[in-house]
Design a protein around this ligand. Structure first.
Ligand SMILES: [Zn+2]
Length: 272
């Protein structure tokens, strides 16, 4: 599996998008669910690839991670979700990471020299961006590739107060002991350090829903958070929390140009 991942990483991004699309078709057939989503995704991927063959001076979208410009982003899809106009065909960045970059650039100084950043469960495209801009001041950790270090959020292999920033997107929905994980994030952050976190939230829920086993119909989540429970988790671990969306930071036209994701991030500042 490790070897296959290395081979996959060497392939051009567009080929990788096609392979992911085909894998999703296979998953949809196995699950007998979301076949419409995946076929729509494959069709849009093929159509946009063909459209790119004819160069055009008119561009509608720009990727803020790699500066790619084009008529539209590719879809991001799996049997249980479909996001149109989302994935950059050049670097692979999806909309939530373009939004994350806007948030980090506008609301934090994490790209300044001397600021140490840890990303938990990184994506290759965002990690590559950080390494280009921060080099020795960025670390990532996960049990699998593409992280720089192997490790688990429940037991981070760092001494206390090591980092200025921790980035952790869409991890807590997969973590059984979320209080322990948030406490670990707190432990490795310096005083007044900041965690930028995001999970899939169901705003219709008053209380989070826990599954006994990973829900294969919900991307393998073991928990679907309510908005208040997720904020309460971080407050309980000694953070001041603030939910911020890119809509609060940029004009509508810019949000549209970058096709940013509107869902809020939680900015959790360590206060004790
Ligand atoms: Zn890009």
């Amino acid at each position: 599996m490790y070897f296959l991942n290395i081979v996959k990483d060497l392939l051009p991004r567009r080929i990788r998008l096609f392979l992911t699309a085909l894998r999703n078709v296979g998953n949809a057939i196995l699950l007998r669910r979301g076949i419409g989503n995946t076929l729509r995704g494959v069709w849009q991927t093929v159509a946009l690839s063909l459209r790119e063959i004819v160069p055009s001076k008119q561009t509608a979208v720009t990727c803020n991670l790699c500066s790619w410009e084009g008529a539209a982003f590719y879809p991001n899809f799996a049997p249980s979700y479909f996001e149109r106009d989302c994935t950059c065909p050049q670097c692979g960045a999806i909309a939530r990471y373009r939004s994350l970059l806007v948030l980090l650039r506008i609301r934090t100084d994490c790209f300044h020299s001397g600021r140490l950043m840890l990303e938990i469960a990184p994506t290759d495209f965002f990690q590559n961006y950080c390494l280009r801009h921060k080099a020795k001041e960025y670390l990532s950790i996960d049990p699998s590739r593409p992280a720089i270090l192997k490790g688990n959020i429940a037991c981070l292999p760092f001494k206390g107060s090591a980092f200025d920033y921790v980035i952790c997107l869409h991890v807590f929905g997969y973590v059984r002991d979320d209080y322990r994980a948030a406490s670990e994030v707190s432990r490795v952050l310096k005083p007044r350090g900041v965690a930028i976190v995001q999970v899939a939230i169901d705003c219709s829920l008053e209380k989070s829903v826990e599954h006994l086993f990973p829900d294969r119909y919900d991307c393998g989540h073991i928990r679907r958070y309510s908005e208040s429970d997720f904020e309460r988790l971080w407050r309980g671990c000694g953070f001041h929390v603030q939910a911020v969306s890119v809509d609060d930071l940029l004009p509508v036209a810019v949000v549209r140009r970058y096709r940013l994701d509107h869902k809020p991030f939680l900015i959790a500042t360590k206060v004790r």
